[in-house]
Design a protein around this ligand. Sequence first.
Ligand code: PM9
Length: 459
Amino acid sequence: MTQSYVAEPYKIKVVEPIAVTTRQQREQYLKEAGYNTFLLRSEHCTIDLLTDSGTTAMSDNQWAGMMLGDEAYAGSRNFTHLQQTVRQYYGFRHVVPTHQGRGAENLLSQLCIEPGDFVPGNMYFTTTRAHQELNGGTFVDIIIDEAHDSQAEHPFKGNVELAKLERLIAEVGAERIAYVCVAVTVNLAGGQPVSMANLRAVKELCGRHGIAVMFDATRCVENAYFIKEREVGFADKSIADILREMMSYADGCTMSGKKDCLVNIGGFLCMNDDELYQRASELVVLYEGMPSYGGLAGRDMEAMARGIVESVDYNYIHHRVSQCRFLADRLTEAGVPIVKPVGGHAVFLDARTFLEHLSQDEYPAQTLAAQLYLEAGVRSMERGIVSAGRNKETGDHHRPKLELVRLTIPRRVYTYAHLEAVAQACSALYRRRQEIRGLKMVYEPKLLRFFTARFEPLG
Ligand code: PM9
């Protein structure tokens, strides 16, 4: 291993055995799961890179905090701790805990979107867009064009294209824009960051038109790391300071704590506006619980408060990105096509290029994810036409340019040796890619179909 990959900044105190299966067993498990990796049982996966969501290994400090859970129905001291921590590190005046990110998306969408409104954003995310549409909104993609090109080496490929936003404002009028949703980082583009300059510019533009800016802060610490690494003037700033400045360009945010807050469950909605907070406090009791627990146990809020502090430690985030780069470098050496530049939570295989003999209607990314499981028991996630779903007006498939398989790295869980094994499996599959046949969808749920759709092999 070269010097460029930093060693794990933690010691392993508890271990969890993982499954070793035969190919014959995996064939059976995959068939039972309808060739959808979401439907596999975890105990049948050797290396589980389905998601970095809620799969984090918590620290001893977080586990200790869980013993200090104050499980009062109202006014738990852990809520007070969470509130103070969010105020300190994110800078927003108000925080409403939710059971996870989509709980916050539900509240925000219901509170701010009127039927017929538009919600511009830097590339869609599955649950985010689903909530916007359920409330009568229309998502409009305003990310820079480079984000849709898997090989474009832009350092801030998650940036908003200001001209696209200005055009939309001119076309529909600022009053029809519910808010601008900026994801930091952009998951489906490959974990691509947004620059501080771009965040500042979006805020300025929206401010001139009286439009609110809401961040999807799910992987905001990874974004802060990339700003430190790539943007002039930030090299000497701490991750915490960069994060605070980022958040100062938003009116609020939704957060899936299951990612950058280093917990297994939890999320929150933030805002500065007192009136919006008042309305959120009224709505949250309907879906999540009291505004002082929002669907979480006191112990979960404590773990999240402690996770927020740990997440801005440079050694933690530096190692996380280093793991992604290690896997990406091993794959690139073997000629396996991946999305560039590499983000901070995953390496994305470019399934269009990997399986160029398959059309998009043969679900190349879904096929590749299934094949990778067969090859070595490695579970990954489709992020292509299946995840994109259907157009709510026409009922046609959305056809994203990116047809990707995400190898998502859970936080503080796997070592470089696991990632080496993943790279070897991908390389072996790549060498015999021509033998791989596509899939057909045999069951399609109406909403967020990728979670539970079922497939069968073609031919
Ligand atoms: N992301 C992921 O694996 C969880 C399952 S896929 C729907 O990447 C963003 C950028 C996310 C995200 C979840 C959510 C929703 C919002 N924004 O899963 O509800 O990546 O906590 O967060 C997943 P929750």
